[in-house]
Design a binder for this molecule. Structure first.
Ligand SMILES: [Zn+2]
Ligand SMILES: [Zn+2]
Length: 139
């Protein structure tokens, strides 16, 4: 966690942006979460910072590449970008908007093997599974 905070403060300093307690608190909310969050969820999980500042900081984080945004229907979800969170993919529930993080070394290997087969040098990839989550299947 300390090294993530060091990276975070470095990115802000490189852009001549001050590391305020509010920005740090918002970053820690994102760091603690094990799934992408709606902007409103980030705000409610960071009660020490007022809502407007949370939204402004999230805009800033997005511009600086600290976070990435995942759009579900009309709802944007925010999560920390690659330098902070290990590479992963998502299961997206179309009924309740639940987002589950999945990781698989096997899948990553397969993607690279497939690219190699086509003499393709991959720089990044996106993979999401849409469907119905466990809870919604039993409604
Ligand atoms: Zn669901
Ligand atoms: Zn992957």
């Amino acid at each position: 966690m300390a090294s993530e905070i060091a990276k975070f403060t470095q990115i802000l300093r490189d852009s001549s942006i001050s590391v305020t307690t509010a920005r740090l608190a918002i970053f820690q909310t994102l760091l603690k979460s094990d799934r992408p969050l709606k902007n409103g969820e980030v705000a409610s999980r960071t009660p020490s910072v007022n809502r407007a500042s949370v939204y402004r900081s999230l805009d800033l984080f997005d511009r600086l590449g600290i976070t990435t945004t995942l759009i579900r229907g009309w709802t944007p979800f925010v999560e920390l970008a690659d330098p902070f969170k290990p590479h992963h993919h998502h299961l997206l529930c179309e009924k309740c908007d639940a987002v589950t993080v999945i990781t698989s070394d096997e899948m990553e290997r397969l993607i690279h093997q497939l690219a190699e087969k086509h003499s393709f040098a991959p720089s990044s990839h996106h993979f999401e599974v849409k469907g119905t989550c466990h809870n919604c299947q039993h409604l």
